[in-house]
Design a protein around this ligand. Structure first.
Ligand code: NAD
Ligand code: UGA
Length: 475
């Protein structure tokens, strides 16, 4: 079988996927030169920052790899033309958000960044090039990419034959944020979809440097593109399922942690992804399911579309019921009360806040007149300001003021004089809070709402705090 040996990779998009994915390939394949390019100058500058703590993406283990590979075989640049020209394999790892206007708004994927990448490739690529879809895309997007690429491309001579200049592969990414490096170094599977065996093998050879052959699945382009959407839909469905169960538990006196343990012990069900919480966040679950719903409707599969739509509805409902419950427990009004928010990222070990449940929940608390003091070990003040779409009003502990938010530098800074603590992200430091100290600095009666089931509520209760945990009203 022919295999083209890859020497130069260009990755378009230096984001949460492009950065870590290419870093791991560079680390495992020292003979391949990798250039990650982006239209965003600040992002590239941050990736090139000598101060390794200033990388634009926080992922455990990423800094060490960047130190090892940067400026050796891993480079970050805004010179898109040059690096496309030199590449024999190009990954498209750009953003694919939900469309906000026009046909399919609110559901379909906005493919403008993918299309502009394809046009850049069509304009600058000189070699016989393998194009790899790394972004999550609607099924059949490879068709569009091929049309753009082939519209302008001549055939080139290879082994005395005229061949097409491009092959398109689908190689979706399954990493989860916070564990990206572990997931990339030891993936459950690598999926490659394509039409050309030669192109598939060239990509497979790269992964074989650290992934065993039995974990590499090859399929058609369409199965690969669709599998990525379905994997995310199944994961999100599990979370909505357990979150719906958390509400039943709260009504009936059952405990969702015990139910998850008992149910997950069945090998056919499995015990992963059964943690009830404030609803799933992150940039992908919602947009990928919305896209799946759009595709189903497009093909007239209305019942299937409404089945998947419910996963999102339960997620919205779960987020909403948390703010409602807090109002209810705090005597029906939050006006001028201080709420300490612990955690703003959508999950632990990442600085990413996209679709974080904290955003919606904080906005609702602010609308109810609460003053919220937000502490997150990795999310910046500026990011919170952008997400809440309002300026910070520091030190708004004064109950004459209402509906303000402030940034806190520590748990106690956030908790001081507060009426309630609301844990929204499962950061490790929130599992070790000294409730004796905290109860002394809060206003009485004080509450703790634990949406992640991580705090030691028995201890908190001993120090006089009222407690609530998701899926189990702690009695
Ligand atoms: P991101 O927004 O962090 O990064 C995308 C980058 O692409 C941005 O920096 C943007 O400036 C750049 N870009 C856009 N158009 C460009 C162009 N024409 N030329 C050069 N640069 C361009 O997005 P992300 O989180 O890395 O996600 C990328 C894709 O991967 C999405 O399709 C997403 O669904 C998928 N995905 C994401 C994750 C995740 O955990 N974030 C996991 C698996 C798959
Ligand atoms: C998810 C998938 O896990 C990845 O496989 C996929 O590649 C990625 O989406 C993507 O396509 O973007 P990610 O969103 O980074 O990864 O993180 P997850 O660990 O899946 O968590 C998503 C959300 O679900 C978080 O808000 C998390 O707190 C929540 N969650 C997760 C729960 O509430 N309960 C759980 O048991 C698990």
């Amino acid at each position: 079988m022919n295999t083209k040996q890859i020497k130069n990779i260009c990755c378009i998009g230096a984001g949460y996927v492009g950065g870590p994915t290419m870093a791991v390939i560079a680390d495992r394949c020292p003979d391949i030169q990798i250039n990650i390019v982006d239209i965003n100058k600040d992002r590239i500058e941050a990736w090139n920052n000598i101060d390794i703590s200033k990388l634009p993406v926080y992922e455990p283990g990423l800094d060490k790899i960047i130190k090892r590979c940067r400026n050796k075989n891993l480079h970050f640049s805004n010179n898109i033309k040059k690096h496309i020209e030199n590449a024999d394999m190009i990954f498209i790892s750009v953003n694919t958000p939900t469309k906000i206007s026009g046909v399919g708004a609110g559901q379909a994927v906005d493919l403008k960044w993918v299309e502009s990448s394809a046009r850049q490739i069509s304009k600058y690529a000189r070699n016989e090039t393998i194009i790899v879809e790394k972004s999550t895309l609607p099924v059949k997007t490879a068709e569009t990419i091929k049309k753009i690429l082939l519209a302008d491309s001549e055939e080139i001579i290879k082994d005395n034959k005229m061949v097409r200049k491009y092959s398109v592969l689908s190689n979706p990414e399954f990493l989860a944020e916070g564990s990206a490096i572990k997931d990339l170094e030891n993936p459950d599977r690598v999926l490659i979809g394509g039409e050309s065996d030669e192109a598939i093998n060239s990509l497979k050879e790269i992964y074989l440097n650290w992934v065993s052959a039995k974990k590499i699945i090859t399929t058609s382009l369409w199965s690969s593109e669709l599998s990525k959407l379905i994997a995310n839909a199944f994961l999100a469905q599990r979370i909505s399922s357990i979150n719906s169960v958390s509400a039943i538990c709260e009504e009936t006196g059952a405990d969702v942690k015990e139910v998850a343990l008992a149910v997950g012990a069945d090998k056919r069900i499995g015990n992963h992804f059964l943690n009830a919480g404030p609803g799933f966040g992150g940039s992908c679950f919602k947009k990928d399911i919305l896209n799946l719903v759009y595709i189903c409707n497009h093909y007239g599969l209305y019942e299937v579309a409404s089945y998947w739509q419910k996963v999102i509805e339960i997620n919205n409902w779960q987020q909403k019921r948390i703010s409602r419950l807090i109002v209810e427990k705090l005597f029906g009004t939050l006006s001028g009360k201080k709420i300490s928010i612990l955690g703003f990222s959508f999950k632990a070990n990442t600085n990413d806040t996209r679709e974080s449940p904290s955003i919606k929940i904080c906005k609702e608390l602010l609308e109810e007149g609460a003053n919220v003091a937000i502490y997150d070990p990795r999310v910046s003040r500026k990011q919170i300001e952008n997400d809440l779409e309002r300026n910070e009003v520091p030190n708004s502990n004064n109950s004459n003021e209402e509906g303000n938010w402030s940034f806190s530098n520590s748990i106690s800074d956030s908790a001081i004089n507060s009426d309630a603590i609301l844990i929204l992200t499962e950061w490790d430091e929130f599992t070790k809070i000294n409730w004796n100290n905290i109860s002394n600095i809060m206003r009485k009666p004080s509450w703790i709402f634990d949406t992640r089931s991580i705090a030691n509520l028995e201890e908190a209760k001993r120090y006089g705090l009222n407690t609530w945990r998701i899926g189990n009203e702690f009695k």
